[in-house]
Design a binder for this molecule. Structure first.
Ligand SMILES: [Fe+2]
Length: 295
């Protein structure tokens, strides 16, 4: 039976019973106790009190039942939302991890860029929703490399201009991939614009200054620092001092000054707080040509 129909029946029964009680009770008391005015008056008071008590008990029961039903529904809604958020996070991490299967030299790159970008954003005092967008965007920022041939991504030597242009296409391809997902606009901006530079020398659009969202400017700084502190197919890791010098040199004209200053402060605090395995990973480097020559 629908709830509204049940409610109508209960209300109807309550009205009929209440009316009968009012009409019959006066007559009944006259028959039982006679027509004494004082007795009638007492009875009317008792009747009123009983009516109020019964109504209050019924109302309380209905209210408690309704509040309990709502709180159970809210709890179920919160659990469903938390599950959706978790599923989205796991999907993003799975997508991010897919790239590392094709490009072992950049395995972990996106995760480390994400951690450093988040540390910079939090230190800059950005609100939680913007930090979350940076975390997700940075985890996926190079996802477009999935479409770049693995032999180019892992090429031990210098890339030809054509090969370099092909690699640069990853920003546009990444934009196309994440466009299919209804992320926050900042996530799309990070994926598509992390190679833009303040002076317009970046790619793919050559955007300038504030036309590049802050989220993408932060990830750009973290991207350079992570890339320089990690091995690449064509060179060993250059070290944190070189990375600091590089972002300092680009500060203000290519890279966001505040993001660079904040990144340097994060580094000064200790990169091991951002990258737990920093300094503990193996530091030996063998170029891909050596690896492929090994039987
Ligand atoms: Fe990139």
């Amino acid at each position: 039976m629908p709830q509204s129909s049940l409610a109508n029946r209960v209300a109807g029964a309550y009205t009929v019973a209440g009316t009968a009680w009012i009409l019959v009770s006066g007559e009944a008391v006259s028959r039982i106790f006679g027509t004494d005015l004082a007795t009638h008056s007492l009875f009317e008071i008792g009747k009123g009190l009983l009516f109020v008590t019964v109504t209050a008990v019924a109302l309380r029961w209905l209210l408690v039942r309704e509040l309990k039903r709502r709180s159970e529904a809210d709890e179920a809604r919160v659990k469903a939302t938390e599950r959706l958020v978790l599923l989205l996070q796991q999907s993003v991490e799975a997508l991010s991890h897919t790239l590392s299967q094709r490009d072992p030299y950049t395995a972990g790159h996106q995760a480390r860029v994400s951690a450093l970008s988040v540390a910079i954003a939090e230190r800059m005092g950005l609100p939680a929703d913007r930090v979350d967008a940076i975390r997700t965007g940075a985890l996926l920022h190079d996802v477009g490399k999935i479409a770049i041939p693995a032999e180019i991504l892992s090429k031990p030597g210098r890339l030809s201009p054509d090969e370099f242009n092909l690699v640069k296409g990853h920003a546009r391809i990444g934009t196309t991939i994440v466009a299919k997902i209804d992320f926050d606009a900042a996530v799309h901006a990070v994926v598509g614009q992390h190679h833009e530079r303040l002076d317009g020398s970046g790619y793919p659009q050559g955007l300038r200054g504030d036309a590049i969202p802050l989220e993408a400017r932060i990830v750009a700084v973290a991207d350079i620092v992570e890339a320089m502190t990690s091995h690449r197919p064509y060179r060993p890791a250059l070290g944190i001092a070189a990375a600091e010098a590089e972002v300092r040199a680009l500060r203000g004209h290519k890279l966001d000054a505040t993001a660079v200053d904040t990144c340097l402060a994060v580094i000064a605090d200790g990169l091991e707080k951002v990258w737990p395995d920093y300094g503990t990973a193996p530091t030996d480097f063998r170029p891909m040509s050596v690896l492929s020559a090994t039987p």
